[in-house]
Write a protein that binds this ligand. Sequence first.
Ligand code: ADP
Ligand code: MG
Length: 392
Amino acid sequence: MVLKVRVNLVNISNKNIYVRLLLVSVALSCILLPGCSYQGKTTAPVIGKEALESVTKEKSPSSKIDEKEIAKAERFEAEIFAGFDTVTRIVAYEEKQASFDETLAFISERLEYYHKLFTSFEEFPDLTNVSTLNRLASGKPIKVEPDLFNLLLLSVQMSEDSGGAFNPVFGSVTSLWKEATAYSLEYPEKAFLPEKEKLLQAQTHTQLSNLILDQENQTVYFLDPEMKLDLGAIAKGYALECLIEEMKLRGVDHYLISIGGNVKALGPKEDGKAWVVGIQDPFSTSGIYAIQDVVDLSLVTSGVYERFYQYGEERFHHIIDPATLYPSEYYVSVSIVHEDSGIADALSTALFNLPLEEGRKLAEKYSAKVLWVFEDKSYEEYNFTDTGKVVK
Ligand code: ADP
Ligand code: MG
């Protein structure tokens, strides 16, 4: 029997945001995620391409549909492109299509707003964002809105706690790598690495102590005119955390959101069970390396396979080790489970740049769960398997 899946293409705003909605019944999802726990390799991730594709598969002959569950709520899934230059995936249980559409429009609008506030790539009329600070904050203190000020406060805390492994004022160095990456991807035959001299010069403008945050006046001031903020390692997670708080205030429950791999669950699934989220296998484009149960928790992964370019025989990815000024070489992926998605995001980058034991200490300090995957396909974990499992 081929199960019925309705697919809609909806334009939810005038900004050309196309939303792909996949509507399936909750009974169907329970067949696909038996018990929705992580017993055995057959459990599918509830978010990601694999989960979307798996719903079109035939029902196993031994599966039974629980009649009582059919009427309750429907499971909705959508993919939207709303800021942070990445796809946001949403899975939810709602009673009505209209409620899901309304929440989806809200998510889209808020993520676009946070993207505009935290980007270092462009400025917008009537908005003081990270880009504005990079241009003006060395001239005089600049007042920013609380969402940005609080993100900067958290960034400073995470930087201090990680001994600079996560550095929010690393923009002078990361921009050299971003230029090299963009050019090398466009002209692979002319691929190049940033010059060592330039990297060392840029490094002199990455002192956190030159970032002056005035809490009383909510202003930001750079003591070093060459210093540049780059919040790329924390902004997605922080925005997701803000969004989830706003959704809670609207009385929304039973949502799972992933902004480009930064995942957070708002409540459990409709049946009270945990969401099972898959972590991508760093060694294949579609496989799952591990799974994790999440309820009101965030799961964030930083990996070398996400964004990189080829130079000669080697790959150069986008997480830069402040100790070497080159892409970090400790791991191929680091996954963090923490209730706060902003903290999880910053920790994923920080731990990526730290030796195992130092990373473990930082994880302990934040009561975070961690899965480190190494180049040789082995792994280490810290409390990760309490609620998760490596399925590779
Ligand atoms: P992703 O953005 O792919 O989820 P990360 O959260 O690890 O991955 O963030 C990587 C981004 O953070 C880079 O693209 C860059 O903008 C920035 N970055 C790179 N190295 C560092 C670092 N050592 N400290 C802070 N930010 C960094
Ligand atoms: Mg990060």
